[in-house]
Ligand binder design. Structure first.
Ligand code: DGL
Length: 234
């Protein structure tokens, strides 16, 4: 059984795309709502929370845990060594696609991801050393959690413009949705900035999982179990 972990509904964008491609896989999903958001936390705060979530999913029978969260993926190499082989971060899949991209690339992501060196390290493994423009878009996480993802919803256009316009001024023509909550805004982004080429972690992550997971993990009964960590546990 495959498990996916995120702070909330963001990783569901990856899980949904994965289940569409692979409807027979058994999937366990943990929304760590008790500790959301992840993107405002330091690595020191986040690492024990991730370790706890991963261990809980393994204890429920998961064979692999996908960090369906770019913020968490940035910390993969700092997780306990015994867990690392069982954990699949989605950041390297996204980095591989960025490295193959010809355009001028910009990324919108959480505060923690924008601060982290993990993206540059992941890119350099694919031979990509050119600079990637970065913009923090943390308010989009709370908007997505509140179900506000269309331009008609208060605050959405403003948050998108604040995040994306600085990148456009720097000549970006390829936008990476560097947080798994952001694919919920893809339609809104397309209607605001039609010419942008968008790289989505949901599409990239789900394709890569189907390509790289052992075949037996793709064959099950198509069960989907959704777990939410208890609110109030900090
Ligand atoms: N969806 C997550 C990510 O991809 C985390 C968002 C948050 O909790 O701040 O980074």
């Amino acid at each position: 059984m495959l498990a996916l972990l995120d702070s909330g509904i963001g990783g569901l964008t990856v899980a949904r795309a994965f289940c569409r491609r692979c409807p027979t896989a058994d999937v366990l999903y943990l929304a760590d709502a008790a500790n959301a958001p992840y993107g405002t936390k330091s690595p020191e705060e986040l690492l024990p929370l991730l370790t706890h979530g991963i261990e809980a999913l393994l204890a429920r029978g998961a064979e692999r845990v996908v960090l369906a969260c770019i913020t968490a993926s940035c910390l993969h190499e700092r997780l306990p060594r015994s867990l690392q082989p069982l954990v699949i971060p989605i950041l390297p899949f996204v980095a591989e696609r960025i490295a193959a991209c010809r355009g001028r690339v910009g990324i919108i992501a959480t505060e923690a991801t924008v601060r982290s060196d993990a993206l540059s390290h992941a890119l350099s493994r694919y031979g990509c050393t050119r600079p990637i423009e970065r913009s923090a878009a943390q308010p989009l996480v709370a908007l997505a959690e509140a179900g506000k993802t269309s331009l008609a919803d208060a605050g959405v256009q403003d948050a998108l413009e604040r995040a994306i316009l600085p990148l456009l001024y720097r000549g970006v023509d390829t936008l990476v949705l560097g947080c798994t909550h952001f694919p919920y805004f893809e339609e809104a982004i397309r209607s605001l900035y039609g010419g942008l080429h968008i790289l989505s972690p949901a599409r990239i992550g789900s394709e890569a999982l189907v390509r790289t997971l052992p075949q037996e993990m793709l064959r099950g009964e198509g069960r989907f179990t959704y777990l939410v960590s208890a609110y109030g546990r900090k």
